[in-house]
Design a protein around this ligand. Structure first.
Ligand SMILES: O=C(CO)[C@@H](O)[C@H](O)COP(=O)(O)O
Length: 179
């Protein structure tokens, strides 16, 4: 899905917040087009760049929030303090990026825990891949507060009920942590 599709979605739903996960080789290249199309959060892969900071600066200069993603093979230690401070969100993939419908990899949640222990709660930590009502509590307890769910929502007989369950699990953990 590229910028032309984003433009059409934005036209149909003007108030939409488009979180754009860019699984591309040269992420800096697509920043202007995605911003122009109405993207609000531009997430790119750490594995695709030698230094994430220039890309993050470019994203911010185009008026978007910047997300930094790590794939299952990349350790949490690859997210440096500088990268954490510069990004608005870290995405910890819980499947190998590429397609929906894959099996959730629970071991990836250790990285969410490590990031929270090391850096705290001043940034969003998103998880993506194989997530649904059956594993959302694990994700939320590990420290993720932004959830991507495809198959579990789109194949549900009542998608809004599934979304409600995902939201509640995250909200409950956040409320518990604030006590
Ligand atoms: O882009 C990706 C994986 O590459 C994800 O966004 C998935 O598409 C999420 O779908 P499910 O894993 O929830 O089916």
């Amino acid at each position: 899905m590229g910028a032309p599709v984003l433009s059409c979605v934005k036209k149909g739903v003007p108030e939409i917040f488009m979180d754009c996960h860019m699984m591309v080789e040269d992420p800096i290249k697509w920043v202007p087009a995605v911003a122009e199309a109405g993207g609000k959060l531009y997430t790119f892969h750490l594995e695709a760049v030698s230094d994430p900071l220039p890309v993050i600066k470019h994203i911010h200069a185009h008026g978007m929030r910047a997300g930094l993603a790590i794939s299952p093979q990349t350790p949490s230690s690859a997210i440096t303090q500088t990268a954490w401070d510069a990004a608005d969100m870290i995405l910890v993939m819980t499947v190998h990026p590429g397609k929906g419908g894959q099996k959730f990899m629970p071991e990836c949640l250790d990285k969410v825990k490590e990031l929270r222990e090391k850096y705290g709660w001043d940034k969003d930590v998103e998880v993506d891949g194989g997530i649904g009502p059956g594993n959302i509590c694990q994700c939320a307890k590990a420290g993720s507060n932004v959830i991507v769910a495809g198959t579990s929502v789109f194949t549900a007989s009542n998608p809004s009920d599934v979304i409600g369950q995902l939201r509640k699990a995250v909200d409950d953990v956040i409320a518990e942590r604030k006590k």
